[in-house]
Design a binder for this molecule. Sequence first.
Ligand code: SF4
Ligand code: SF4
Ligand code: SF4
Length: 163
Amino acid sequence: MFDRSRRNLLSRRRTPALQRMPWVVDEDTFVDRCTRCSKCIDACETQIIVKGDGGFPTVDFTRGECTFCTRCADACPEALFHPTSEQPWGLKAQISQNCLAHHKIECRSCGDMCEVQAIRFKLQAGGVALPELDLDACTGCGACLSVCPASAITMVTKELEEK
Ligand code: SF4
Ligand code: SF4
Ligand code: SF4
């Protein structure tokens, strides 16, 4: 029988390919009102906004990080962004078991990139230091994702983390 709780979990997961820009309104409203004019894409200072499914703009963290510069929101002619004084989004980084440190290979690339020091390394007896994520400190900027040599980092919504 189909596992409803699993379906709910999967449907709530937001993969990077579907991730909208910070401060964006709910998905239904966004898809309804976005004219796909690409003004946010042109405005993004780190060029992480790309045309996704159906030509709708999405954030691709494999291209870099969000600096929360607000240019996408400022450039949008439609009422599609919440005020940028509010929390940008509920995104958080998530580190999987693919992390090299879990396989006894020294790596601290993600921690080096994290401006707010949300990733700290804890020494293990007889092993290499493992990354530990401070979810309260993580802003969901995505700076750690593209530098991970093991593709062990994904960006997920807070709801998923809380499950
Ligand atoms: S806030 Fe700035 S860096 Fe982030 S997606 Fe918008 S334009 Fe790009
Ligand atoms: S960059 Fe990737 S492999 Fe390296 S410590 Fe961080 S999660 Fe692990
Ligand atoms: S998403 Fe940004 S704030 Fe969060 S751990 Fe990665 S680099 Fe740090």
